[in-house]
Design a protein. Structure first.
Length: 107
């Protein structure tokens, strides 16, 4: 994980009120349940479930505005923030995390 990715993840987690710690290896660790539970790696850049829960928690939406479907946009109407990514298999996760981080920056 790059420093930029870790910074994005930390800001996204803070924005979604996810309590985390950073492991010695640099991974973000969060509780497996909102009220506690064991700590596990939290990485919505790589984990669909983490990404989906982040998207729901912050009311982030996805759209494919171009007829070709080559571009994906994640956005938040509440904060007027968008992230546009060329389509590939993990672009939606990156776009969602970028929007979450931008929401955090705007607060």
């Amino acid at each position: 994980m790059t420093n930029e990715e870790r910074k994005l993840l930390e800001l996204a987690a803070k924005t979604a009120l996810i309590e985390f710690t950073v492991s010695p290896g640099g991974d973000l660790l969060a509780h497996s349940h909102p009220g506690g539970g064991e700590m596990r790696v939290w990485n919505p850049l790589e984990d669909d479930a983490d990404c989906f829960l982040l998207m729901i928690a912050l009311r982030i939406k996805l759209d494919y505005p171009e007829p070709s479907g080559d571009t994906l946009v994640a956005y938040s109407n509440e904060f007027d923030i968008k992230a546009k990514e060329p389509w590939h298999s993990s672009s939606y996760r990156l776009a969602i995390v970028r929007v979450a981080a931008e929401i955090g920056k705007s607060q």
